[in-house]
Design a binder for this molecule. Structure first.
Ligand code: 6PG
Length: 240
């Protein structure tokens, strides 16, 4: 695993609107640069409640959407039209970009054989890069839970130790549905990781994530060892 290469950047927004516009701007720039440099931008997005306004703001940009590929960071074991489906939220927020040619591939976390669904998703990602190229997403958008989870790496579940796959079937905590999630190796190789967080309840977990310690206790600590840029976009209440 790569060592920490740079300090995280922390952008503090004065309002919800500023948080979404800052988040969207950082992601939009990275998409623009990826398309210019490599002809395609590959982005993985988290679900949860914080990012929808950022995704809507992003979809309002004029970008070469037909050269963008969108993946999910994680998905809950629910049907794609379920109100807790991350795909449903992302597809709706990004609708203008998808209509303009962006390709969004959902995770089929509702399948009975979730291990097979995870393998299929990994294949889809690898196919996009081709057999001879290393997998390196241009942008990964993450969130952080009150318990310090990020993606679907929940504390005490061993998910941050998975290093032999890019996508895995995992268990969540607190009676939440099982999940499919991208794994640490996929996030570690991304060129840019953007973490969106708002509200006072996120301040403690963010402070813990930025401090050294066990990844198993605070999975978001893993982000400190990402090889790409890590940008936290937070509101004043969540600011560490
Ligand atoms: C999910 C997520 C998850 C999320 C955090 C923060 O499916 O639940 O992808 O990792 O990013 O739980 O969620 P909020 O934005 O709702 O606080």
């Amino acid at each position: 695993m790569s060592q920490a290469s740079r300090e995280p950047e922390i952008l503090v927004a004065a309002s919800d609107t500023e948080l979404s516009s800052l988040g969207a701007e950082v992601v939009a720039r990275a998409i623009d640069e990826a398309v210019r440099d490599r002809g395609v931008a590959r982005i993985a997005l988290s679900g949860g409640s914080t990012p929808a306004p950022t995704y809507r703001a992003l979809a309002g940009y004029q970008l070469p959407w037909s050269q963008t590929e969108w993946y999910l960071v994680d998905e809950r074991a629910v049907a794609p039209d379920h109100e807790r489906s991350n795909f449903k939220m992302i597809a709706s927020a990004l609708d203008p970009a998808i209509r303009a040619g962006g390709k969004l591939t959902r995770m089929e976390a509702e399948r009975v054989d979730r291990e097979a669904a995870a393998r299929d998703y990994e294949k889809r990602i690898r196919l996009s890069f081709g057999v001879t190229s290393a997998v390196a997403l241009d942008v990964v958008v993450m969130g952080i839970g009150d318990d310090g989870h990020t993606a679907s790496w929940f504390p005490g579940r061993g998910s941050t130790a998975i290093d032999d796959r890019l996508v895995a079937a995992v268990e969540a905590s607190d009676g939440l549905e099982p999940r499919l999630t991208v794994t640490v190796p996929l996030v570690m190789t991304a060129r840019l990781v953007v973490v969106l967080a708002k509200g006072a309840a996120k301040r403690g977990p963010i402070l813990r994530a930025l401090a050294p310690g066990s990844n198993e206790e605070v999975p978001a600590r893993v982000l400190a060892t990402a090889s790409g840029r890590v940008v936290w976009v937070v509101d004043e209440a969540a600011a560490p």
